[in-house]
Unconditional design. Structure first.
Length: 185
C-alpha cells in the first residue's frame, strides 16, 4: 500500500514538472511564442536588404518621425535630456551614378545647406563600400557624422546620420559607431 502511494506521488511530481516545462515553451517551434524567432529589441531589417541593431550602445529604437517618409528608423540616446540620435534612410541611385560620384556630389552640396565638411574617408565594412563624412552646422552648432553604405548591385545608398550638439558629440559618437558596426548588407 505504501509503495502505491509513493509511486502515485512520484508520478504526480513528474507530471507537474513536465507540465511546467511545456507551459513555458511555445506551442509549436518557430511560432510567436518561440524564443527562436522572438524579436530582438533595437533590431532593424530594411526592405532593401540590409540590417542593423542597437549593438552595445544602449540606445533605444524609435519610430520614424510622422510625415517624414524618407527616414526608415531612428535610434535615440536613453538620456531624456539628450538630443542625440541616429537616423537611417535609403536613396535610390540614378542609373549612371557611381558610388564615388554620389558621395562627391553630396560633399559639394553640404555647404549650400549650412554645413561645413570637417572630413571624409572611404572604408569597407563586411565587404560593403562605405564613406564617413563629418559635418558641423554653422548656425545650429549641431555636429553630424554620416556613414553612407553603397550597394551598386541594388543601386541603393543607406545613409546613417548621427547627430548631437557639438559639445556633446564626441561622447555620442561612441554609441553611434557601435550601431554602425552592426550594419550588414
Amino acid at each position: 500500500m505504501v509503495f502505491r502511494i509513493l509511486l502515485r506521488v512520484a508520478i504526480s511530481a513528474a507530471a507537474v514538472q513536465l507540465t511546467s516545462t511545456f507551459a513555458s515553451a511555445a506551442p509549436h517551434p518557430a511560432t510567436s511564442g518561440s524564443k527562436l524567432i522572438a524579436p530582438k529589441l533595437g533590431f532593424y531589417r530594411s526592405p532593401d536588404g540590409f540590417r542593423l541593431h542597437a549593438g552595445e550602445s544602449g540606445w533605444l529604437q524609435a519610430a520614424p518621425p510622422r510625415g517624414n517618409q524618407t527616414i526608415l528608423t531612428v535610434y535615440r540616446s536613453p538620456r531624456s535630456e539628450s538630443k542625440a540620435s541616429l537616423t537611417v534612410r535609403v536613396d535610390r541611385l540614378a542609373r549612371n551614378t557611381t558610388p564615388d560620384r554620389y558621395i562627391s556630389r553630396w560633399i559639394k552640396e553640404y555647404p549650400r545647406f549650412g554645413f561645413d565638411v570637417l572630413g571624409s574617408q572611404p572604408f569597407t565594412q563586411s565587404g560593403v563600400r562605405g564613406h564617413v563624412i563629418d559635418l558641423v552646422n554653422r548656425d545650429s552648432k549641431m555636429q553630424l557624422r554620416q556613414v553612407v553604405f553603397v550597394s551598386e548591385a541594388r543601386k541603393r545608398a543607406a545613409i546613417l546620420t548621427c547627430r548631437d550638439n557639438a559639445p556633446d558629440f564626441s561622447a555620442t559618437l561612441k554609441s553611434c559607431n557601435s550601431i554602425v558596426k552592426t550594419f550588414i548588407w
